[in-house]
Design a protein around this ligand. Structure first.
Ligand SMILES: [Zn+2]
Length: 206
């Protein structure tokens, strides 16, 4: 019997894998941001929970990197750089600021990498698009993330990218509510915390 997993450190409130990936830092704009991708194993866990790689692929990669921890560390660093790039781009989008050109260059490199690992498969008279050997590429969880970022930037939903209104959070999400007035990544955590804080300030002032 396998040992039960500890509670996941990740949340998936972004509505898109690239935004969920950007949201892997807690309290990003506070004095004490908390990195959630602390090692390569965490990156695999995120990929599996996000559904961008299969459990089988995660297991294979975990095995591969147990023999080459140096490569795992390099991939982790590349992933964090891409994640922060995606964060920079989409927070600029959410705040209607200009997109930094260096950020776009980094994303483009990842988008090209993803395209190189794409192929068409024909089965049962239907075509599907598949990734080429995700189980033998340490960075394969980045391919669907990069593609999702590209498609989000191109598509109609770009207008609904928002940033959490909490003073410390700044997580990104797609506002799919009917009136497009969602303010927090998650009402239960940031929304209530923000309400409590304002209530406390009113009490103190009054
Ligand atoms: Zn938040």
């Amino acid at each position: 019997m396998s040992t039960p997993r500890p509670k996941s450190p990740f949340e998936f409130t972004g509505g898109n894998p690239c935004l969920d990936f950007a949201d892997t830092v807690d309290d990003r704009i506070s004095d004490h941001p908390r990195e959630l991708l602390t090692d390569y194993g965490r990156l695999l866990q995120w990929g599996e929970e996000a559904g961008v790689i299969t459990a089988r692929t995660a297991e294979r990669l975990r095995h591969l990197t147990s023999e080459a921890p140096g490569n795992a560390l390099i991939t982790l660093r590349t992933s964090i750089r891409l994640r922060d790039t995606i964060y920079d781009i989409f927070s600029a989008v959410a705040q209607r600021r200009a997109i930094p050109s260096t950020a776009l260059a980094i994303l483009n490199k990842a988008v090209r990498q993803a395209a190189r690992h794409t192929q068409l498969v024909n089965a049962n008279r239907r075509f599907t698009r598949e990734w080429i050997e995700p189980e033998s590429n340490l960075d394969s969880m980045l391919w669907p993330v990069s593609r999702a970022a590209a498609e989000l930037l191109i598509g109609e939903e770009i207008g609904y990218v928002r940033q959490c209104a909490s003073e410390t959070c700044s997580w990104l999400f797609l506002d799919k509510t009917k009136n497009h007035r969602r303010r927090w990544c998650d009402m239960k955590s940031c929304g209530n915390r923000d309400k409590a804080r304002r209530y406390y300030q009113r009490q103190k002032a009054g």
